[in-house]
Design a protein around this ligand. Structure first.
Ligand SMILES: Nc1ncnc2c1ncn2[C@@H]1O[C@H](COP(=O)(O)OP(=O)(O)OP(=O)(O)O)[C@@H](O)[C@H]1O
Length: 608
C-alpha cells in the first residue's frame, strides 16, 4: 500500500451510549477502522443515525471511545500539545452552534480571536470568506438570518484560521446547488494546499468530488475507496446505487453480535477496509510513535490570552445585545428591593387576641362595661390618700388597642386556647375575676398571699411558631403593661414609674429604639440579590451556550471550560462591584435624607 501520511486513523473503535444492562443501551460504532490520508477530501456517508456525528466528535476529542484508538494529525485528541481540540482543526457541527446575538462579523471574529489571529489577517480572511460564501451583511444578527445563511456563516467560522484538518458535518444542507458547487471547489483547493477535509453529507452524489468515500452503516464501515473505484466495483452509475447495493448485501448476511468483527463478509474483498492489522498503518501504531517532532505543529503554543480575549468579547456582546437580560439585570434588584420594603419585614398590623375577661363578665354590664363612657376605673380619695380601683382590665385592653392589638372576646380559656391552636388567633389573654382588687392590694401592701398574686396576674398564651409575630406580641404586651401602669399610677397621684420594670433602656448609642425588622433584613436581602443575580445571568448564558452548541464548538476550537467560567466570574464580579457601588450610594443618600436615628456610620453622614 502506498505510504501516504495519515491525518486520521481510527482503529477498532467501539462506542456506545447508555449502560449495557439498561434498555437504552445503544452501540453506535462497532470495531470501526478508518484512515484518512493527509490532503484529501474524505466523504463520510451513511444514513441518519448510523454514527457519523459520534465518530466525528471522537475525532475532534469531544467524546472518547469505549474501546479502540484514534489518532489525529499525529497525536491523540485531547492530549497536551496535540492541537486537537484546538487550532489544528476546523469544526463545523451539524447544528449552527453560533451565538444568536452575534453579528455575522462577530461570529467569524470570535473564532479568529480564539485561534489568536492578528486583526489584519482576520479582516482579510473575513473579506475572502464573505465573497466565497456569499455571506449576508456583516452587521446582521445571526438569529435574524435564514437557515441557509446561518449555515454559510457557520462554515466560514470553521474555515477562518486555515486549519490542517477540516471536519464538516453536513455543511451543504439547505444550500443552493451553485453555492454547493462553489464550496466543493473551495474544498478541493484547500485539499490541494495540504488541508485534510472530512465531510459528511446527505447529498451522496456530491461526494463524487471527494478523493475517498467511507460508507458507514450501523456503526460499521461497509466500504472505503475512491468514488470511481466504488462505482467500478459495484458496477453502478451512481454512488447512491452503490450504497444501496452494499446495504442490501449487509442485510442478506445474518447479523452477528456487534462485539464481533466488522462484518468482513459484507464487504467485497477489493472494497474491504484496507487497514486490517497494525502493520498496515503506514504511519503510526501508537501514540508514542505518532508524537514525533515532525508531527508536532510549530504554531501550537498555548494561546490562552487570545482565548480569554475572545470569550470575554463574546460574553459582553451576548450580555449587551440581550435587551431582556439587560432590563432584567437593571430592574430585578430594584423590583426586589421595592417588593421587599413594601411587603416583608414590617411590624405586623391589626393582630387579634382572644380575651377571656372574667372581671368584666361578672360586672352588671357584662363584657360591654369597657365601652361604657361613664366607667371610671380609678377613683382617688384625697383625704384618705387611697385609690379605689375598678375594672382595670378595661384600661389594659384600651392600652393594648393603642398598640395595634385587638381583642376578640371568648367566654372561657379552653375556647380561647383552641382558637390559638387552630391558627385563628395568635394568642389568648385571661383576666381573673377580681383582677383590679388584687392588683390594688398587691401594689398597696407589697406582701400579699399567693392567691392575690395569681389574681392580679394576666395570663397570656401565644403561638410561638411565628418568630416575628411572637416577638412583636411580647414587645407590645410589655409596652401595654408599661403605659397601663403609668396611667394607673398617674391617676392615683403616684410616681408613674413606681411599678415599672426596674430596668431602663436609655437612648440607643446607634439607631432607634423602635427600629423595624425591615432595616435589619435589608442588607441581607441586598447581598443575596447581589450574588443571586450574577449566578442567574451566568447560568442562563452557560445553559444557552450549551443548548445552542456554542459551548461544544468553542471547546473544539480549544477554549477550556475553566476559561469560559473564569470570564463569566470576572464579568459578574464587575457587575457586582457596580451594584455594590450603587447600593453604597443609595445607603449614604438614605442616611443623609432620613432623620439620624438608625444605624449610620460614620454618624457625620446623618442629617442633624
Ligand atoms: N448523547 C446521546 N445519548 C444517547 N444516544 C445518542 C446520543 N447521541 C447520539 N445518540 C444515538 O446514537 C446514534 C448515532 O447518532 P449520530 O448523531 O452519531 O448519528 P448520525 O449518523 O450523525 O445521524 P444524522 O445523519 O441524522 O445526524 C443515533 O441512534 C442516536 O440516537
Amino acid at each position: 500500500m502506498a505510504a501516504r501520511p495519515a491525518a486520521v486513523i481510527v482503529e477498532q473503535a467501539c462506542k456506545y451510549y447508555g449502560r449495557p444492562d439498561k434498555p437504552d443501551f445503544k452501540p453506535v460504532l462497532t470495531q470501526l477502522n478508518l484512515t484518512v490520508d493527509r490532503g484529501i477530501i474524505y466523504g463520510l456517508l451513511g444514513p441518519s443515525g448510523c454514527g457519523k456525528t459520534t465518530l466525528l466528535s471522537c475525532i475532534v476529542g469531544r467524546r472518547s471511545l469505549d474501546s479502540g484508538n484514534v489518532w489525529v494529525l499525529g497525536g491523540r485528541p485531547g492530549e497536551k500539545g496535540s492541537g486537537v481540540p484546538g487550532p489544528r482543526v476546523g469544526y463545523m457541527p451539524q447544528d449552527i452552534a453560533l451565538v444568536g446575538e452575534f453579528t455575522v462579523r462577530d461570529a467569524i471574529y470570535y473564532f479568529g480571536r480564539i485561534y489568536g489571529m492578528k486583526p489584519a489577517k482576520l479582516k482579510e480572511k473575513f473579506a475572502f470568506l464573505s465573497s466565497l460564501l456569499d455571506l449576508p451583511n456583516e452587521g446582521r444578527l445571526i438569529k435574524s438570518l435564514s437557515g441557509g445563511q446561518q449555515r454559510r456563516v457557520s462554515l466560514a467560522a470553521a474555515l477562518v484560521h486555515d486549519p490542517e484538518l477540516l471536519i464538516l458535518d453536513e455543511p451543504t444542507v439547505g444550500l443552493d446547488p451553485v453555492l454547493r458547487e462553489k464550496i466543493w471547489e473551495f474544498l478541493s483547493e484547500v485539499a490541494r494546499g495540504g488541508t485534510t477535509v472530512i465531510i459528511t453529507t446527505h447529498y451522496i452524489d456530491e461526494t463524487k468530488q471527494a478523493h475517498k468515500i467511507g460508507l458507514l452503516r450501523d456503526g460499521q464501515l461497509l466500504a472505503e475507496d475512491s468514488p470511481e473505484e466504488l462505482l467500478r466495483k459495484f458496477e453502478c452509475d451512481t454512488l447512491e446505487d452503490a450504497f444501496l447495493k452494499l446495504a442490501l448485501r449487509q442485510h442478506e448476511i445474518p447479523r452477528r453480535r456487534p462485539t464481533l468483527t466488522a462484518s468482513p463478509d459484507v464487504i467485497p474483498e477489493s472494497a474491504a477496509v484496507q487497514y486490517q492489522s497494525r502493520e498496515d498503518f503506514s504511519v503510526v501504531t501508537s501514540s508514542t510513535d505518532v508524537l514525533t517532532t515532525k508531527d508536532t505543529p510549530k504554531d501550537c503554543k498555548d494561546k490562552a490570552k487570545s482565548r480569554y480575549k475572545a470569550v470575554f468579547i463574546k460574553s459582553i456582546q451576548q450580555f449587551s445585545r440581550h435587551p431582556g437580560g439587560l432590563i432584567f439585570s437593571a430592574l430585578f434588584p430594584i423590583i426586589q428591593i421595592v417588593a421587599f420594603f413594601s411587603a416583608v419585614g414590617h411590624d405586623p398590623r391589626h393582630l387579634q387576641l382572644a380575651v377571656v375577661n372574667d372581671e368584666t363578665a361578672s360586672s352588671p354590664f357584662g363584657l360591654d362595661i369597657c365601652s361604657n363612657s361613664s366607667l371610671v376605673p380609678i377613683k382617688r380619695i384625697e383625704e384618705d390618700d387611697i385609690c379605689q380601683q375598678y375594672m382595670l382590665s378595661c384600661w389594659f385592653l384600651e392600652e393594648l388597642e393603642k398598640n395595634d392589638i385587638f381583642q376578640i372576646p371568648y367566654n372561657n380559656t379552653e375556647d380561647a386556647k383552641r382558637a390559638v391552636s387552630t391558627g385563628e388567633l395568635y394568642g389568648a389573654l385571661y383576666f381573673p375575676q377580681n383582677f383590679s382588687e388584687a392588683l390594688a392590694a398587691r401594689v398597696r401592701e407589697g406582701d400579699v398571699a399567693d392567691d392575690v398574686v395569681d389574681d392580679s396576674t394576666i395570663s397570656v398564651w401565644i403561638d410561638v411558631s411565628n418568630h416575628q409575630i411572637n416577638n412583636f406580641l411580647k414587645r407590645q404586651m410589655h409596652r401595654t403593661y408599661s403605659s397601663f401602669t403609668k396611667r394607673s399610677m398617674r391617676a392615683c397621684g403616684r410616681h408613674e414609674d413606681l411599678v415599672q420594670t426596674p430596668v431602663r433602656f436609655q437612648d440607643p448609642v446607634y439607631g432607634k429604639m423602635d427600629t423595624q425588622m425591615v432595616w435589619f433584613m435589608a442588607p441581607g436581602i441586598m447581598i443575596t440579590i447581589i450574588f443571586f443575580l450574577p449566578a442567574v445571568v451566568t447560568s442562563t448564558l452557560m445553559i444557552g451556550d450549551r443548548l445552542e452548541g456554542v459551548w461544544e464548538r468553542s471547546c473544539v476550537a480549544g477554549v477550556r471550560a475553566r476559561e469560559m467560567l473564569a470570564v463569566h466570574v470576572a464579568l459578574q464580579a464587575a457587575v457586582i462591584v457596580l451594584q455594590v457601588a450603587t447600593y453604597i450610594h443609595a445607603y449614604i443618600h438614605t442616611c443623609r435624607c432620613w432623620p439620624c436615628t438608625w444605624r449610620c456610620r460614620p454618624p457625620s453622614l446623618c442629617c442633624r
